[in-house]
Design a protein around this ligand. Structure first.
Ligand code: GSH
Length: 80
């Protein structure tokens, strides 16, 4: 079964933009985008589950992964 992928981000964040560009450039599909500046529940979930208020954060089957370069590397392997 496909993994659940949710990217917590906000548009003004350059690290988020780096991940979003990688998603766009490589045509990765099925990633739900959660703009924490537009979604208070997502903002709260990020801190409650992830443990810190930092974006980008990719939730992989509910498990948070921080760090833009780690996320980009993980996506490249997952979608290879
Ligand atoms: N090394 C991290 C840096 C991430 C980072 O600094 N994100 C900023 C936004 S650009 C952040 O989450 N700041 C805390 C906040 O906005 O509350 C990465 O590459 O993902």
């Amino acid at each position: 079964m496909a993994k659940s992928l949710e990217l917590y981000y906000y548009p003004e964040c350059p690290y988020c933009q780096r991940v979003l560009r990688a998603i766009d450039a490589n045509g990765y599909e099925g990633i739900v985008l959660k703009n924490i500046h537009a979604d208070a529940a997502a903002d709260a979930t990020l801190v409650r589950v992830g443990g810190k208020h930092q974006v980008p954060c990719l939730f992989i089957d509910g498990v948070p992964m921080y760090e833009s370069l780690d996320i980009i590397d993980w996506l490249a392997r997952e979608f290879a």
